[in-house]
Design a protein around this ligand. Structure first.
Ligand code: KIV
Length: 269
């Protein structure tokens, strides 16, 4: 690490890419975990629409609403002192037209106090992205496996393995840079393609399942700490097994209650 930052801004992220410092990014959807993530030195906290899966138990990211994203983002922002907080615009709040997109982004910024928004897609949503940026709101792009399009893809498998889709992805990434996005998430694409994009584009490329030759990495917190168990993609490194540790702790609590050993003398008034 070449430089230490007290507070992360979109400018710091660009500087990190320029000097060769990697960017760390992690999801959070609530006050308590956001405080922990921020204290751990993560540069960017993503209030991802993966909250739809992780928090609400939906099969996809599609059902989560703008109001629910604002609720999650407002809880996160109250805990954060250093990280840049980026919020996903949920499905259906920016695809119809650029006016709707602008209104959704403004609501997120105004009602949650977050610092930037993320939108999935390339050239097809250019008018929405341009209007949001023109209003002074920083936009992060998201290309490759874009989960809001899961029913179009029909599968969560690696994207852009074929030449045509890879070419389209490079074109889209260059376009997002040209219209002023401050960074792009590249999800589940071949590492050679991600490396090419990160080399040819000046803004930071943050990968998830996109190899090591990009400018930063993002994961979902609940996967990293092992609270989720069934989701096991190759790109995921689990740093804890919290699911099993929590089951141990909670079943011990239950056993202690049933034995009558909780609370003990020191745990009462
Ligand atoms: O919603 C999310 O968590 C995301 C990340 C997987 C990049 O978009």
């Amino acid at each position: 690490m070449k430089k230490v930052y007290k507070r992360i801004t979109v400018k710091s992220l660009q500087e990190m890419k320029d000097i060769g410092d990697k960017i760390s990014m992690l999801t959070s959807y609530d006050y308590t975990t956001a405080g922990i993530v921020d204290k751990s030195g993560i540069d960017v906290i993503l209030v991802g629409d993966s909250a739809s899966n992780i928090m609400a138990g939906h099969e996809t990211t599609l059902p989560i609403t703008l109001d629910q994203m604002i609720y999650h983002a407002s809880s996160v922002i109250r805990a954060v002192k250093r990280a840049l907080v980026v919020v996903d615009l949920p499905f259906g709040t920016y695809q119809s037209d650029s006016q709707a997109a602008l209104e959704s982004a403004i609501r997120i910024m105004k009602e949650s106090g977050s610092h930037a928004v993320k939108l999935e897609g390339g050239k097809q949503i250019k008018e929405s992205i341009k209007r949001i940026i023109n209003a002074g709101i920083p936009v992060m792009g998201h290309l490759g496996l874009t989960p809001q399009s899961i029913y179009k893809f029909g599968t969560y498998t690696v994207r852009a393995k074929e030449e045509e889709e890879a070419k389209q992805l490079v074109t889209d990434a260059k376009y997002l840079e040209k219209i002023g996005c401050f960074a792009i998430v590249l999800e589940k694409v071949p590492s050679s393609l991600a490396e090419k994009v990160a080399k040819e584009i000046k803004i930071p490329i943050i990968g998830i399942g996109a190899g090591n030759k990009v400018d930063g990495q993002v994961l979902v917190l609940h996967d990293l700490i092992g609270m989720t168990k069934e989701f096991n993609p190759r790109f995921l490194r689990r740093y804890m097994n919290l699911h099993d540790d929590m089951i141990d702790a909670i079943s011990n609590f239950s056993k202690d209650i049933k034995k009558g050993s909780f609370p003990n003398k020191n745990e009462q008034y």
